[in-house]
Design a protein around this ligand. Structure first.
Ligand SMILES: NC(=O)C1=CN([C@@H]2O[C@H](COP(=O)(O)OP(=O)(O)OC[C@H]3O[C@@H](n4cnc5c(N)ncnc54)[C@H](OP(=O)(O)O)[C@@H]3O)[C@@H](O)[C@H]2O)C=CC1
Ligand SMILES: O=C(O)C1=N[C@H](C(=O)O)C[C@H](O)C1
Length: 251
């Protein structure tokens, strides 16, 4: 049994993750981390206790894995405390800086535990990133347009940042390692959920790679896979694409 905790259980993603994880036969939801207790309850999803600090959650519920789905303001703090408590983070929250990711990588190495940061848990988005990395070797002039619902708090999206990083890495040293070379445009509108286009311009041609999430269900398989995989791995993995082997069964 993998003992799992979820941070951000009242959120759009966290609530769906709780619903999904409680149904998994090889997982036990042992606690949730919220910043306030629910109005009149100290448990959710049956009898799962609600905690307001990581240390108490760690001591009382002893999770193996923390699924982090809060905000860019709290994810770094939660991830650091989890690793220090020997809890393996599966981070879906966007907004970690490159410096914060490097620091978490060091903490994981020191502690000898795994951590997965997946700015996008949907398999389609992971494939879009892989294909974009390949395309950028042949068509280096490119720009990213990410489009999200108007409730999204951060910009640019974590998906766009990882896509740009993978594209820059794939161009080799001359392409640079920063995302700065690849412009990212952010659109926030009601009616949208999560969408991204990567445009590659060439002489008399345009290649467009596009991914759309129409429902947050698109992320649930990736969350389940990440919880299982983080138990088998050591060190920090950045991107769902790194844990989807070529030729593997559809997730
Ligand atoms: N990796 C992926 O595939 C996906 C990632 N995301 C990312 O996941 C994150 C959450 O998105 P979404 O669910 O839409 O956002 P929501 O705003 O709906 O949910 C965030 C939740 O986190 C809670 N929260 C904020 N701070 C804390 C804290 N310190 N401790 C505990 N809980 C806290 C909020 O509580 P309160 O209501 O009190 O503010 C809220 O309930 C975002 O960063 C988003 O970009 C989203 C979709 C897919
Ligand atoms: O806030 C969202 O909704 C999403 N956030 C993630 C991101 O920043 O890339 C993943 C997905 O795009 C949905």
């Amino acid at each position: 049994m993998i003992r799992v905790a979820v941070a951000g259980p009242r959120g759009r993603m966290g609530a769906m993750a709780v619903e999904t994880l409680v149904t998994q036969r090889d997982m036990l939801l042992v606690g949730v981390l919220d910043r306030k207790m629910a109005e009149q309850a100290s448990t959710i999803a049956g009898a799962v206790p609600i905690y307001t600090d990581m240390e108490t959650l760690a001591i009382e519920s002893k999770p193996d894995v923390l699924v982090e789905l809060t905000t860019h303001e709290s994810v770094y703090r939660h991830a650091q405390s989890a690793i220090k408590e020997g809890i393996r983070p599966v981070i879906g929250t966007s907004g970690l800086t490159p410096e914060e990711i490097s620091h978490l990588e060091g903490l994981c190495r020191e502690s000898g535990i795994g951590c997965i940061i997946a700015p996008n848990f949907s398999v389609g988005a992971a494939l879009m990133m892989k294909f974009s990395a390949i395309a950028s070797r042949f068509m280096p002039a490119s720009e990213i347009i990410e489009l999200h619902h108007d409730g999204k708090k951060d910009a640019p999206s974590g998906t766009a940042e990882l896509t740009a990083r993978m594209m820059a890495d794939s161009k080799g040293p001359s392409g640079g390692k920063s995302t700065a070379g690849i412009p990212i445009h952010s659109v926030r509108l009601p009616g949208l959920l999560s969408h991204q286009e990567v445009l590659f311009g060439g002489e008399g041609q345009l290649l467009t790679l596009r991914h759309d999430s129409f429902s947050r269900q698109s992320y649930m398989s990736g969350i389940k896979l990440s919880v299982r995989e983080v138990m088998k791995r050591n060190g920090l993995i950045y991107g769902l694409d790194k844990i989807i082997d070529d030729g593997q069964q559809p997730i």
